[in-house]
Ligand binder design. Structure first.
Ligand code: ADP
Ligand code: MG
Length: 700
């Protein structure tokens, strides 16, 4: 048995290690830096770096790296060794404060969307001391932000940290109005992301070019059994999966990730891992780390971990639930209905802030999860729809209704809710958690944003959430700060009522998968239905969005433009690679396979007729069908190829992304339909790739 407390965080240079290894004064200065986000001076950095190096070397580390999150969505690192030559021709291990605090990765190959002109190809990385350094693969990893020399963010962490500061500042203004005078008061957002993934045997993975190149199957006829029984069949890989999960938990614990793996998701071969929540930037780092370790540990167990949002057509895809809340530096969760009338009034104000934020910035929330992979889920009758709405649960909804209408709406609730006077009931999780179809659900003391794709970095979603809610809080504080103390209660009640009334259209407690809802949302409520990435990204540079990001300094205009371009390019590139992979597979493997099978059928038909003088009816019919379908596959390959060629001629990236969606992607679907039909007609031994049955159930 593993002793969990003993291994937990052993690979992390955490507070406990700092306390034990740093001189008292240095430790105090470090702690202040971490808690109050103060800059670190170089003397202190030198001492910390040296202690960190000694600790890392003892643990077998030979290299260090600045670990960062470029706009590609994965993490990047550039390893340097600690060695430093001495005059005597030997080496010593060294690591300076300067090397700890700032790095210069050769970053010209990372996308910058035009932010880094070629004459200034270098960016620099800067340590985020609020996220602990850790050891991975004998390398000391230092979590960093990545910027250009002119100060523009080239990564996802920088704007995330900015958004956390912004929401803290605005929330503190509100808390002051409620009488909180703590001079050190700050507010942080907390996140617990639930991560879904698929596991498949590596020997099958290696036989599929589509999985290798694109992370998803581009072809594959439906198996006789899908997920309709929802009984999750592990098949032959079950023991491997259990061993994997045990190992994964341990590896993550060593890195200080509070992982709790869970078995069975809805789809066959699908699983979930949820860590215990923590501060948003650390949760983001940990989620990136988790995705990396999940893939690495899988290899050790002869498995491949698929993080793609839709690896298999006709089977539920994978998402990520971003559980989000706001709490004070003293640990008070601001989305927890309190025990006193005043706490409750404060809760209702924060709730109103979130309702307004989700309504006003529904486009930003949708944009934050827009990728080619996630487009397969959103709006595709699984996961949440592409329309953003909010679920509050019956109890809370009743209270909201009563605030808006000014009267008790339900016989059960005795009196109308009077803000700042009444105490709210507790909202147990099970009463708020029934609706699994809502994109944004209140679950007792936090919100669960469920639109994220499994491969998404959670940074974007939280940048948008933090900024959107900060925007509401700022508007509220601007109003309430002007009010005289004696009128505060009345002004507060009025503000909550007005806000909820104005933004109530975003609240929907029904079934999010229902077609009627989409119609109602769009036609009656005027909500956005941004079904694909090109449509969503079209909204990003709207004046409203420029205004909010510039006002709070979360993104500069140049940063917004670059993100817009990179995301769209990424979308187009993804579909381009998929299209080329399909053409390759269809031409080089699928058509020849069908030919071979036709040949066998023809030989058999001739032999049968020679031997017995009878017509081989089955063979002949099948040959006719296969020849026909083979011709159509061949035609469709050409159509797809031409579509790819013409899309390349479009220079405007937004227009090009629409063309990928409307011509290339459509041609891909069309080709797939014919190939899948052929697969269902071909003898198994002729089909060049493992079938869905093999991949998901371990049967041919
Ligand atoms: P589900 O019922 O959706 O499967 P889980 O219990 O698996 O929910 O996961 C809930 C997630 O929410 C966990 O990661 C948990 O740590 C996180 N969580 C709980 N409280 C908070 C909070 N205050 N802020 C952010 N996340 C939270
Ligand atoms: Mg969940």
């Amino acid at each position: 048995m593993t002793n969990v407390p003993e291994i937990f965080g052993t690979m992390v240079f955490n507070e406990q290690i700092m306390k034990a290894r740093l001189p008292k004064e240095t430790y105090k200065a470090m702690k202040k830096t971490i808690e109050e986000g103060l800059p670190l001076n170089i003397e202190i950095a030198n001492v910390v770096a040296n202690a960190m190096k000694d600790w890392a070397v003892e643990k077998g580390a030979t290299h260090f790296t600045h670990w960062f999150q470029p706009l590609t969505g994965i993490t990047a690192e550039k390893h340097d060794s600690f060695i430093c030559p001495t005059k005597e021709g030997s080496v010593i291990m060294e690591f300076s404060g300067k090397e700890l605090v700032q790095g210069e990765p050769d970053a010209s190959s990372f996308p910058s969307g035009g932010l880094r002109a070629t004459f200034e190809a270098r960016g620099y990385t800067a340590w985020d001391p609020t996220s602990f350094a850790f050891i991975k693969d004998n390398t000391l990893c230092i979590p960093t932000a990545f910027c250009s020399y002119s100060g523009e963010a080239l990564d996802k962490k920088t704007p995330l940290l900015r958004s956390m500061e912004v929401i803290s500042k605005q929330a503190v203004r509100i808390l002051r109005l409620f009488g909180n005078e703590d001079p050190h008061l700050t507010v942080k957002t907390t996140v617990g992301p639930e991560q879904e993934y698929f596991l498949i045997p590596v020997e099958l993975y290696n036989k599929r070019k589509d999985l290798i190149y694109t992370g998803r199957t581009l072809f594959g006829a439906k198996p006789p059994k899908g997920q309709e029984l929802e009984d999750h069949y592990f098949g032959a890989i079950k023991p491997r999966v259990s061993a994997y999960m045990k190992d994964l938990d341990e590896e993550l614990w060593k890195l200080g990730v509070l992982a709790k793996t869970k078995h069975n998701e809805v789809a066959p071969a699908q699983h979930e891992l949820a860590p215990i929540f923590t501060t948003t930037n650390i949760a983001t780092d940990h989620n990136q780390l988790m995705m990396e370790i999940m893939q690495k540990v899988a290899k050790k167990h002869g498995l491949v971990c698929l993080l793609h949002e839709k690896p298999f057509a006709g089977v539920n895809g994978s998402g990520k639930h971003n559980n989000w809340s706001i709490s004070t530096s003293t640990g008070v969760n601001l989305l927890e209905p309190g025990d006193t009338p005043s706490e409750n009034a404060q809760f209702l104000l924060f709730l109103a802030a979130v309702i307004r934020a989700v309504d006003v910035h529904q486009d930003l929330l949708r944009i934050s999860v827009a990728t080619a992979g996630n487009d397969h889920r959103l709006g595709a009758n699984e996961a949440p729809p592409a329309v953003v709405s909010m679920f509050l649960g019956d109890e809370l909804n009743e209270i909201i209704e009563s605030i808006v209408s000014g009267k008790s709406v339900h016989k059960k609730s005795k009196v109308q809710m009077e803000i700042g006077v009444d105490v709210l009931p507790k909202f147990p999780k099970d009463s708020t958690d029934r609706n699994r179809t809502s994109p944004f659900a209140f679950t007792g003391n936090k919100f669960e944003f469920r639109m994220l794709g499994s491969a998404n970095s959670i940074a974007c979603a939280n940048i948008m959430l933090n900024t959107a809610v900060a925007d509401s809080l700022c508007e509220f504080a601007d109003k309430l700060e002007k009010v005289k103390k004696k009128d505060f209660q009345t002004a507060l009640a009025k503000l909550i009522k007005e806000t909820i009334t104005a933004h109530k259209r975003i609240i929907f407690n029904g079934n999010g998968y229902d077609e009627h809802w989409i119609k109602e949302a769009v036609d009656d409520r005027g909500l956005l239905n941004l079904r694909s990435t090109p449509e969503a990204m079209d909204r990003f540079l709207d004046q409203k969005n420029k205004d909010v990001f510039l006002k709070f300094g979360v993104f500069s205009l140049a940063e917004m433009q670059s993100r817009h371009d990179i995301l769209l390019e990424n979308y187009s590139k993804t579909i381009n690679i998929e299209a080329l992979t399909m053409i390759d597979m269809a031409r080089k493997d699928i058509l020849p396979a069908i030919t071979s099978y036709i040949k066998e059928l023809s030989d058999t038909a001739v032999s049968v007729s020679n031997a017995a003088g009878v017509d081989a009816v089955f063979e002949k019919n099948l040959i006719t069908k296969l020849v026909k379908i083979q011709a159509s596959i061949s035609d469709k390959i050409n159509i797809l190829e031409n579509a790819v060629v013409s899309v390349h001629e479009i220079s405007d990236i937004s227009k090009q992304s629409y063309a990928y969606r409307d011509s290339v992607f459509v041609a891909m679907q069309d080709l797939r339909a014919s190939v899948d039909k052929a697969e269902s007609l071909c003898a198994a031994k002729y089909w060049p790739f493992p079938s869905y049955g093999e991949l998901l159930f371990g049967v041919r």
